[in-house]
Design a protein around this ligand. Structure first.
Ligand code: PLP
Length: 414
């Protein structure tokens, strides 16, 4: 008898984005005359074209594949040296990270999920609420949780509540807390709330991780959107992080690679975990083994395109993309503020996190925005129960759409 991984049966049926799609479909079927007016600010996907520096590098790489002398088959599983070195030179200069501590992949979504292969059972997993749902669902699949309750919270997870009082930055659990975290997922700048952590806040997390022999899984997918020079861009800017953290980064949001696929994880060689017998084992060694067993490297043209993000031209073009999206974020943020709404994010992140007016729930606000303004937003409650009463507006859009959304918000709420 072939059995299945029954942990999958605990998953709350892929709730958020399918439900948004279902409601949008139902609305357009009932209101075909309004269908053309719909503006989507829901999904966190980039909208602007791939930088020309990236496209040119990819074209050239494809042509190399057409010549026997330059043809390349399987590349190194860990990624080409040219890309790993470019990442270190451009993203980690002076942070003590070396190119052989970087592993190239085809996405941070996969990396943040796959990393659980190298961790043991029984770890206490700390997850923020609200949260990027991938961290939760992959832990459910791996058997690291019990069942979900009626609010969608899984037994066994250590939820770190983020709210207006803590500015949506998770606080370190108190010394007296009955549960100590072993693995801690942090995402800054944050999806969905747009929150960023200060140096002091990250120092507190590193101190907690070191004191409790825990590991921080730091998702820095939105690092490029940080505007404030005081806000750390990498967990490795914090002293001691090399011994208690790994960092996930992606070309998806800065370089517009959501459809091209390229990302990386940085695992310092000094980062260790305990074996069943208490021996300290470098996680770098385990991930290297895992990655080369289950992955055959990101494609050569894609890695060439990713490296072009760090060329002079590429840097300039990425800076323009960031400026475009952050200009959108500013407009959306200011429109919401001018309506007297409670607003977080949108300053160092491409997401604006907004309190629903008049005590509406997140889904009530979703329906109101869709029905009265034909704007699709993301209900905050879809990211966790602490997101109830908020909604997320994505700044990934054209300028024209953003200006139109700002206008419609005004007629809707004023
Ligand atoms: C978009 C995003 C990523 C990047 O995912 P890819 O698989 O590299 O496209 C990672 N983490 C968060 C929180 C994201 O929103």
């Amino acid at each position: 008898m072939a059995t299945i991984n029954s942990n999958f049966l605990k998953l709350k049926a892929g709730y958020l984005f399918p439900e948004i799609a279902r409601r949008v479909k139902a609305y357009t079927e009932a209101n075909p005359d309004k269908a053309g007016r719909i503006i989507r600010c829901g999904i966190g996907d980039v909208t602007e074209p791939l930088p020309s520096a990236v496209r040119e590098a990819m074209h050239a790489a494809i042509d190399e594949q057409g010549d026997r002398a330059t043809f390349k088959g399987y590349g190194p599983e860990q990624g080409y040296e040219f890309l790993r070195q470019a990442i270190v030179d451009n993203q980690y200069a002076s942070l003590g990270i070396s190119a052989d501590e970087v592993f190239i992949s085809d996405g941070s979504k996969c990396d943040t999920g796959n990393i659980l292969d190298i961790f043991g059972k029984g770890n206490v997993i700390a997850i923020t609420d609200p949260v990027y749902p991938v961290y939760v669902d992959t832990n459910v699949m791996a058997g690291n949780t019990g069942d979900a309750d009626e609010k969608g919270a899984y037994a066994g997870l250590l939820y770190l509540e983020c709210n207006a009082a803590n500015g949506f930055v998770a606080e370190v659990p108190s010394e007296k807390a009955d549960k100590k975290a072993d693995l801690i997922y942090l995402c800054f700048p944050n999806n969905p709330t747009g929150a960023v952590a200060t140096r002091a806040q990250l120092e507190a997390w590193v101190a907690y991780a070191k004191a409790n022999d825990a590991i921080i899984l730091f998702d820095a997918a939105y690092e490029a959107f940080i505007q404030d020079p005081e806000i750390p861009r990498s967990i490795f800017e914090i002293e001691g992080a090399r011994d208690c953290a790994m960092e996930f980064r992606s070309f998806s949001k800065n370089g517009g690679f959501t459809g091209i696929r390229c990302a990386y994880v940085v695992i310092p060689k000094t980062l260790t975990g305990a074996s069943d017998t208490g021996e300290r084992i470098p996680l770098h060694q385990l991930w290297s083994r895992r990655h080369s067993t289950k992955f055959n490297g990101a494609s050569y043209p894609v890695q060439k395109g990713a490296a072009a993000v760090f060329s002079e031209e590429g840097k300039q073009q990425v800076a323009e993309l960031i400026e475009h999206y952050m200009g959108n974020a500013k407009l959306l943020r200011e429109a919401c503020l001018s309506l007297g709404l409670e607003v977080f994010g949108g300053i160092n992140a491409p997401y604006v996190w907004v309190g629903c007016p008049d005590g509406l729930t997140s889904w009530e606000m979703f329906d109101k925005m869709l029905g009265e303004a034909q704007v699709v937003i993301t209900p905050g409650s879809g990211f966790g129960s602490a997101g109830e009463g908020y909604f997320r507006i994505s700044a990934f859009n054209s300028r024209a759409n953003v200006l139109e959304v700002c206008e419609r918000l005004k007629t809707l709420i004023a």
